[in-house]
Design a protein around this ligand. Structure first.
Ligand code: 5GP
Ligand code: 5GP
Length: 228
């Protein structure tokens, strides 16, 4: 009798554990926005500071990899227990410094920016990507997506000229196969300019997908692509 009760208890415990594991492994979001930032548009709209490593390359850097829901809302700050731990991405240091610089003031080693991105967004995809995979995934996506070259192939260059928003979107669609979302900001004279490019990525972080939903916001139909 005792033996049977014990076996039943064990079975219950195992079932509960199985359910808990199943819940933990279920993804809690629908897709990622992979958001790229044009440094020239960050710096001419407000004060910016180059990171301690110096002026970043004239290239679209990484802003973030953001878990999102199909209805346009998104989860954030999903795990207060998990803090950013730079030692976990020590092997990625030179890549991340180059590709994911912070332009916020005062000048820094960008650690605060990465910590912010990890805590706000990265912790919401933790069921799929741990901290190291999260940053590595974003770096790999950037390597696969040379936006500056894609735009350049259509004659769109960061030279302070004004381009049609539709031609920028068409160029990215042609070069990558997927429609981007373009976010604009304004320079000091109030001109609408290309600030960020959003592409959508599946929950594994490896494949581009068509965006299920686009963020809010508005560009002029003609926007500037400032130099940096
Ligand atoms: P978000 O909450 O939109 O993911 O990230 C924006 C936060 O990161 C802001 O608090 C901003 O001050 C900080 N930050 C630090 N460096 C940068 C940068 O280079 N670009 C942007 N957009 N935000 C930065
Ligand atoms: P259309 O219907 O011609 O594609 O876009 C009309 C207007 O919607 C554009 O002039 C622009 O203001 C806004 N719009 C269209 N696509 C985008 C986009 O990808 N990003 C942003 N921010 N606005 C867009």
């Amino acid at each position: 009798m005792m033996k049977l009760e014990f076996s039943m208890l064990l079975l219950k415990l195992l079932t509960l554990q199985g359910l808990a594991l199943l819940c933990a492994s279920q993804q809690q979001f629908d897709f990622f926005y992979f958001v790229r930032q044009w440094p020239g548009s960050y710096c001419d709209s407000k004060q910016c500071c180059y990171p301690n490593t110096g002026k970043p390359a004239s290239d679209f850097s990484i802003h973030g990899l953001w878990p999102n829901y199909n209805d346009g809302s998104y989860p954030s700050n999903c795990d207060p227990q998990t803090q950013f731990d730079a030692s976990k991405i020590a092997d990625l240091t030179s890549r991340i410094q180059k590709e994911w610089p912070s332009l916020a003031c005062p000048s820094s080693d960008s650690l605060n920016f990465w910590a912010h991105e990890w805590v706000k967004h990265g912790t919401c995809s933790e069921s799929i990507l741990d901290q190291h995979s999260y940053f590595e995934t974003a770096l790999n996506l950037k390597e696969q997506l040379n936006l500056l070259q894609v735009l350049g192939n259509s004659g769109i260059e960061p030279n302070g000229e004004v381009y049609e928003l539709s031609s920028i979107k068409d160029a990215i669609k042609e070069g990558t196969g997927y429609t981007p979302w373009i976010e604009c900001n304004s320079d000091e004279s109030g001109n609408s300019q290309l600030y960020q490019v959003y592409m959508c990525v599946d929950t594994s972080g490896s494949n581009l997908v068509e965006c299920p939903v686009f963020p809010n916001g508005k560009c002029s139909s003609n926007i500037e692509f400032p130099s940096f």
